[in-house]
Design a protein around this ligand. Structure first.
Ligand code: MG
Length: 344
């Protein structure tokens, strides 16, 4: 099949900077692609990289699109190298956009995002009233003792039967992670996400990565609270690697970072892995593809990590504002062409 390829690079400020382990993140950069086949059918995809997760950069994506040129075919699209996983994702999504989907679920639960620090206590009540029963609290941001002291207040504020996810974004060392995990043992903590992390790159990468693998595997074996990998899963190859290491904790999967979503989710499903689908803070165009993947997941459904909207200063790029549930029909209602046009 041959196509005409168009692309648009974007830079969209968030309503307010997003806190990450690498400091504040003020604007989302990415590239939208459009493929028009010989029959005039149009498909859209989004390459939304997170370079500090180890994905490619926006410059690399743009350069690759320029090099591909306007006239492309399946052979050339398939030849895009693996290291451009986010671009491969976008091109794959654009080619398959018209394929009809049958969801495994009609609706999925969503986790409520809670702010770091003391502000968390003001947010649980309203979110619980709105119907949320899974809550995610960012930790590893302030002083460890202060945050630990807050944990019981947070747990006490949760509605009955609710579950708490803690996300440390890799901020802790072994000792700090152990202190938290000791404390979590008898509390309603669904999992602790990425307690420790070694960022990609650097000369000591190999040994440092192995030490971090051992640390995470050791913590997972020593404490009853499940651990989740997020920053560790930079793409298909890392998911594969952790499956090979026998990881029995949670895989937080941002479909946007997978070059071959179908194959990698197939591997996870075959391994009966526990998967939590999560936003890469992409626009609603990319979110449609990521949510389609979540709705197709054949395994146990965990609350989605998509409680991120409203996110952009320009609300036209936000996904469907989510209450405690996200419905399939709202995902299918997303019109990628409108997002593409909003960039012009
Ligand atoms: Mg995370």
């Amino acid at each position: 099949m041959s196509y005409r390829l168009h692309y648009r690079r974007y830079r969209l400020p968030f309503r307010s900077p997003v806190r990450t382990a690498h400091g504040p993140w003020a604007e989302r950069e990415g590239v939208l692609v459009r493929l028009v086949n010989a029959a005039g059918q149009t498909g859209y995809g989004e390459a939304a990289p997170i370079p500090w997760f180890g994905s490619e950069t926006v410059d690399e994506i743009e350069a690759a699109c320029r090099e591909l040129g306007e006239a492309v075919d399946d052979r050339r699209l398939d030849a895009v190298p693996e290291r451009l996983g986010c671009l491969k994702n976008a091109l794959g999504v654009a080619r398959e956009e018209a394929v009809k989907r049958t969801p495994a679920q009609t609706h999925l639960g969503v986790a409520a995002l809670l702010p770091a620090g003391r502000a968390v206590l003001t947010q649980i009540g309203p979110k619980a009233e709105a119907g949320f029963r899974v809550f995610k609290w960012k930790v590893g941001v302030g002083d460890l003792a202060d945050e630990l002291a807050l944990l019981d207040d947070v747990c006490a504020a949760l509605p009955g039967g609710a579950k708490l996810r803690l996300d440390a974004n890799g901020a802790w060392n072994r000792r700090q992670a152990e202190r938290w995990l000791e404390r979590c043992a008898d509390r309603p903590v669904e999992f602790v996400e990425q307690p420790c992390f070694v960022p990609p790159g650097g000369t000591s990468q190999g040994p440092a990565l192995r030490r971090n693998d051992d640390l995470l595997l050791g913590l997972a074996a020593d404490f009853p609270t499940p651990l989740a990998l997020d920053e560790s899963l930079t793409g298909d190859a890392e998911v594969e690697r952790w499956l090979g290491l026998g990881w029995r904790g949670v895989f937080v999967v941002k479909p946007a970072l997978l070059g071959d979503v179908k194959r990698t989710l197939g591997r996870l499903a075959k391994a009966k892995a526990v998967v939590v689908f999560s936003s890469a803070l992409e626009t609603r165009l990319g979110a449609k593809a990521a949510l389609r993947a979540a709705f197709a997941w054949p395994g146990e459904s965990r609350a989605l990590g998509f409680g991120v909207w409203p996110l952009f200063a320009d609300g036209r790029f936000d996904g469907p504002y989510t209450g405690p549930f996200l419905h399939w029909e709202d995902v299918e209602r997303i019109n990628p062409e409108a997002v593409w046009n909003a960039l012009s």
